[in-house]
Ligand binder design. Structure first.
Ligand code: ZN
Length: 395
């Protein structure tokens, strides 16, 4: 996309504004954007400000928020871990820049990066504010064990002495927004067992207390009943995956499903079904039914893609995550909330992101159809506005 306009005053006329807070579409509206913020959403234009009528038949949706990405993984390769390990820091930085642009132009105006090598994403954040890129919330390297899940990001810690406190303190010093903890092993890492616990409850309590004193929320990676229960006990803000499935084991545990759904944690099931991305069909259908069970038991679901872990799964995949949730039986309004307003809450961005309203950041997607009736319209945005700048493929 080209057609980047300088920040200033922009006024758009649109056919409707989707409000995920009430789950409804408002009628014909005029959006006034000043600088990086929305200053007015009205039923009449603001006099004295030129009106852009190009999108008068389009619908405005809050900019999408992906709660779980890895901008440093290149989704064009078969083995992202191997590619990462063989790349120089400069090459990985180029991947991050490319992925950030790809996400933004797909309407993903905010991402939460939950694992990058040696704080690279955090370091690039300032630079990425000046180019087509989403707003980035990041964790830096996940806290893991020696040779544990995603150890290649540089976050392996021996859980003894004051190592865990120091690991959290280092993240706070680096300015991360969230602490990512690998409670279970993972599928992506050779030699790691997703069915096993990586940390004791005592170690997780130490991490939780250090994070609390630094004012940092926790994103907990967990697959198993024990891992998910430990995530709830440590007061994690979000549970990543929460899939009750490991390499090939399907772990039916009704009590644990209900307690995860009714916990205060946001559940980020990282469920995506994108054409061209190969996944085991039985595993995928298990995960869809798990999302349905979680939803029906009251889970606060948020959307995340875990971008980069599968070939073809770029950070432009969030609309496919919303469609997969919908396919799992979640109403479309709920799916949109999971990728906007509720995702903003889960990422600590309540009041600035996830809603088209005065005072919020000017992050929005302009789409052809009413998204509540045609969720698929989000796959191909007509244009994207991020922090007050318009990106339109037609210029
Ligand atoms: Zn991940």
């Amino acid at each position: 996309m080209s057609g980047i306009r300088e920040r200033g005053r922009l006024q758009f006329e649109v056919a409707g504004v989707f409000d995920p807070l009430v789950g409804a579409l408002n009628g014909r509206s005029w959006l006034l954007i000043e600088g990086a913020k929305i200053s007015k959403v009205g039923a009449r234009p603001q006099p004295g400000v030129e009106v852009n009528r190009k999108y008068a038949q389009a619908y405005a949706v809050p900019g999408l928020i992906d709660c779980h990405v890895h901008l440093s993984f290149d989704p064009s390769v078969n083995n992202p871990v191997d590619a990462l390990e063989r790349s120089t820091a400069a090459e990985v930085a180029d991947v991050v820049r490319r992925m950030a642009r790809l996400a933004l132009l797909a309407g993903v105006t905010t991402v939460r990066d939950l694992g990058d090598p040696h704080y690279l994403v955090s370091e690039l954040r300032r630079e990425l504010l000046r180019v087509p890129a989403p707003t980035i919330v990041s964790s830096g390297p996940p806290i893991t064990t020696a040779n544990g899940h995603c150890h290649f990001f540089g976050g392996a810690v021996t859980p003894s002495g004051d190592h865990l406190q120091r690991a959290v303190a280092e993240r706070a010093k680096r300015g991360v927004d969230v602490v990512k903890v690998m409670i279970n092993g993972g599928i992506l890492t050779p030699g790691s067992n997703p069915g096993k616990m990586q940390f004791s409850r005592a170690a997780l309590a130490e991490i939780a207390s250090a994070a609390k004193s630094d004012g940092l929320p926790i994103a907990a990676h967990a697959y198993t009943s024990e891992g998910i229960s430990a995530a709830i006990q440590m007061g994690a803000s979000t549970i990543e995956h929460c899939s009750f499935v490991t390499h090939d084991e399907y772990l039916w545990d009704w009590e644990a499903i209900v307690s995860a759904a009714q916990s205060p944690c946001y559940i980020s099931p990282t469920l995506v079904d994108r054409p061209g991305v190969r996944q085991d069909p039985s595993r995928l259908s298990w995960r869809k039914s798990m999302v349905q069970h979680l939803y029906h038991n009251g889970a606060k679901l948020v959307a995340g893609t875990d971008s980069g872990v599968l070939r073809g799964l770029g950070p432009d995949s969030l609309p496919w995550a919303l469609l997969a949730m919908h396919d799992a039986g979640i109403p479309s309004l709920e799916c949109i909330a999971a990728g906007t307003i509720r995702a903003a809450e889960a990422c600590g961005l309540s009041g600035t992101k996830g809603l088209i309203a005065a005072g919020y950041d000017a992050d929005l997607v302009l789409v052809e159809k009413d998204p509540a009736r045609n969720l698929g319209t989000l796959v191909k945005p007509l244009a994207v506005v991020a922090r007050g700048k318009l990106y339109d493929p037609e210029g």
